[in-house]
Write a protein that binds this ligand. Structure first.
Ligand SMILES: *Cc1c(COP(=O)(O)O)cnc(C)c1O
Length: 329
């Protein structure tokens, strides 16, 4: 059976690298959305708890439910408000002014500030109306945050964020928790405005900018069968691989249903050993390669693996089927 190894030491090492830059553990928000980027939300939330993380963030209420007893605060990033049921430790991100029609008195909320990514959030022109609504409805505004579209765009968005932050500080009585940096912003040292960070990818060992981190996840497959291949034999669907040699091939138990990126037999994809090629198209539940060990590592570096498919480690990781067995090492 295929499996994933999760390296606990590397996870702690990465969190420590993040904490060196945030300094205060209460300002380090760990993003656990999408099954903790494919690493398993139960396992990773337990690790984070052991590291004394107090603040986590997830995509929606369903994910929040899974970690509800573990963290002092859980930021819910993209919950559709009409289905929302608040809890004491939930903080709902307000992605649009109309969310305020649904939230109830006493619900904790965080204002998402659109400083120039134009994906979601409240913009400068709405800020006054939003504050008025919050006061009228007696909502508990506890935080405000923005998100940068790229390292390059920080210089354009940051001044807008600063202006909105100042407006809120001057016009709202309670103290607010401000945060703006994701992984790459943190490792660029651009979290100086608020000192906080929302760390997703970096905890798992990758970052779009220079950072000294260690991959946490490796993906392993087990051999299903092997056979002798003769010259001119093809392997797999649509005969995209035809052998010009005689060798022994084997089939392993991971395919695109498990979240492997789809390989249609063009270009070359190597396993973690950097020398064994995937032969032919991958199938729904398996791929073929040379007759290697009974257990082979498909990738232990999601960036290298993602590069074969012109994508990024985010996609390579989140596509992994949550049902793949996890082994903590
Ligand atoms: C996913 C997400 C993050 C984490 O981004 P990384 O690049 O993985 O660190 C931070 N903030 C928001 C709003 C997000 O949606």
């Amino acid at each position: 059976m295929a499996f994933i190894k999760i390296n606990k030491d590397n996870y702690f090492y990465n969190l420590n690298e993040c904490l060196k830059r945030v300094k205060d553990i209460n300002k380090l928000i760990i993003i656990l959305k999408d099954n903790a980027y494919g690493h398993d939300i139960n396992i990773i939330s337990d690790f984070a708890l052991e590291f004394n993380v107090t603040y986590a963030a997830v995509k929606n209420q369903e994910e929040a439910q899974k970690i509800k007893d573990k963290f002092k605060n859980i930021l819910i990033l993209s919950q559709i408000p009409k289905y929302y049921e608040a809890k004491d430790n939930y903080v709902l991100a307000i992605n649009d002014i109309n969310y305020l029609n649904y939230v109830k008195k006493g619900d904790k909320i965080a204002l998402k500030l659109d400083s120039g990514m134009h994906r979601s959030g409240i913009n400068t022109h709405n800020l006054e109306d939003v504050l008025k609504l919050i006061k009228d409805k007696n909502l508990k505004l506890v935080s405000a945050f923005t998100h940068y579209s790229s390292p390059n765009n920080i210089k354009f968005q940051k001044p807008n964020y600063i202006k909105m932050k100042e407006y809120l500080e001057q016009n709202y009585d309670e103290e607010l928790f401000f945060h703006s940096a994701n992984s790459s912003t943190l490792f660029l040292g651009e979290n100086d405005i608020d000192g906080a960070a929302r760390v997703g990818l970096a905890q798992f060992g990758y970052c779009d900018v220079k950072a000294n981190l260690k991959p946490v996840l490796s993906l392993w497959a087990e051999k299903i069968s092997s056979r002798k291949i003769h010259k001119n034999d093809s392997i797999g669907y649509d005969e995209v691989f035809v052998s010009d040699d005689e060798f022994v091939a084997a089939n392993y138990d991971l395919g695109y249903a498990d979240g492997l990126l789809y390989y249609k037999g063009e270009g070359e994809v190597y396993l973690a050993d950097d020398k064994s090629k995937i032969l032919g198209k991958i199938s729904m539940d398996s791929f073929s390669t040379y007759d290697l060990e009974d257990e082979v590592c498909v990738f232990d570096n999601a960036l290298k693996y993602a590069n074969y498919f012109n994508t990024n480690p985010y996609e390579a990781l989140v596509r992994l089927n949550p049902n793949i067995k996890k082994i903590i090492v």
